[in-house]
Ligand binder design. Sequence first.
Ligand code: K7E
Ligand code: CUA
Length: 656
Amino acid sequence: MKKIIITLCTISLYTTTPSCKMKSAEAAVVGDAASKVYVAPGKYDEFYNFVSGGFSGQVSVYGLPSGRLLKVIPVFSKNPENGWGYNEETKAMLNTTFGEIPWDDQHHLDLSQTNGEHDGKWLFANANNTPRVARIDLTTFKTAEILQIPNSAGNHSSPFITENTEYVVAGTRFSVPMGDEDVPISSFKKNFRSTASFISVDKNTGHMNLAFQIVLPGMNLDLSHAGKGPSHDWFFFSCYNTEQAYTLLEVNASQKDKDFIVAVNWKKAEEYAKAGKGKKMAADYAHNTYDEAKQTATSVIEHDVLVLDPKDCPDMVYMIPCPKSPHGCDVDPTGEYFVGSGKLAALIPVFSFAKFQKAIQDKAFDGDFYGIPVIKYEAALHGEVQKPGLGPLHTEFDDKGNAYTSMFLSSEVVKWRLKDLQVLDRAPTYYSVGHLMVPGGDTRKPYGKYLVAYNKITKDRYLPTGPELCQSAQLYDISGDKMQLILDFPTIGEPHYGQACPAALIKDKQVKFYDINKNGNQYVTMGEKKANVVRNGNRVDVYMTAIRSHLVPDNIEGVYVGDDVYFHVTNLEQDWDLPHGFAIKNNPDAELLVMPGETATLRFSPQKQGIYPYYCTDFCSALHQEMSGYLRVSAKGSNVPLKFGTGVIDTTASAK
Ligand code: K7E
Ligand code: CUA
């Protein structure tokens, strides 16, 4: 018992704030920083920076080097700002086999690649809590697809992709029994498993499909990256808790000096899957897609998954020992080196792909882990970066053969050279840095000009805002020999990983508005003359149009308490940046924000009689304030006739 207490204390020491580092808030900024991040009014930033939103469930987009917030893309959380998850068209996107789950914890992002370079088509995002992977379309900055992952929990080592976006992976952080079996927690070793899921991506449409899952022993898979060039066929996952602890992990999962990098030959896995080596296993999971043409999402429940067991598939998975509870696993731009970052390790091990391959040929094994061959540590090791700092987490690369590793405990970025593993420079972060991001820094073509540190703690960096202080990123100029801190900028939610690519890859492909003549929404209203209100039992469909500066119809009567009213609002504008909004008094669901040429639907079920004003929520024109209307709701069973219109003046009632 005494021993346990001592260990606990040591660990909690590590996790205290590095207060000794806190000098004055502006300590590390040098003279010419402002000119390096200044993007003059009306000028564009050089890079798009996509940043995970952590427990906000969303993804945010910034410009670099200015750090200006450009957009929050709703992904896993409902978003009242634009009706995501509230309007009828998008509700299905948040469906799961456990019903609607309107929130998640979003950690990692990966931009699609062709030949190992960003192609600017899609952005993938993971959900940790209820395992899901999303695909965002970068022509619309909208979430286009969400796939639930069965047989998994804590979907953390996701959504990393292969060099031609052949696959997106999803790995289990919290091992669980396959098929949601009900078993004692203490049967962890026997019954709990981790899985590495490989989701294939259609080259043209981006559509995802859960191709196969590799079942692995119960342990915690952590971050991963695909190989490149010579290591193209491989995927490397770090893992911890190979102790297989299921309680007090803080101590019990930190017993061994080394855990593993799990190296998966996904090409071999693909062959085994094709050759029928896998087993179809019953597993329900939701597959949600947003159809651009119909402007509507559908959720389909899938019922099985192909599972590959390394026991039946020799030469598919190897374990490479890695000190100590590794968190990150990053592959350099050449594809020859892969780096494990043990958060409790005092060094950074760098592995050589060529040596790893030779070790396989020579059978340089050190026994096995549940039947999976364990490679001898030295046989795969390129070398160790000595004394890099405390708490190495994540590594990114530049275009000059250098690596940058975040040090969570000592709050710094350490720059080192891949070739000879010499530490070249270190720069403080404020404070407790998690991920780093160099634009293109996990691809074959890093742009190497900037580095962003995403920090866990900001303490004294910003004006205080109550008990919770803002989350933040810091931008460094890495074009010279020495890293130079040039900007702090706050982020939304907790930033984990980010991605950035040159603006030119994305900015000219934007959808500016939807062609009204191609509007395939089943509830479209093609022009004001077609506006209509239709009753069917207690369902009332309002076919409404919006154009500067009126709604048609703007008077509706003959709706009763207990009705379900569906407002289908078509925005008739055909011009960029001209959305109209729609909201109605006392509706528990958020507004609609309807893009030009688009139709969106808001449901309203009035509970009480009365007059309910509705209006456009987006300040669209000089007469925006006039863009409103009235819905009259009468008592159930009353005989007010259905009546609607815009510009119809009825003098009889007022005269009474
Ligand atoms: Cu290190 Cu979830 Cu990528 Cu955060 S994780 S830092
Ligand atoms: Cu339309 Cu304001």
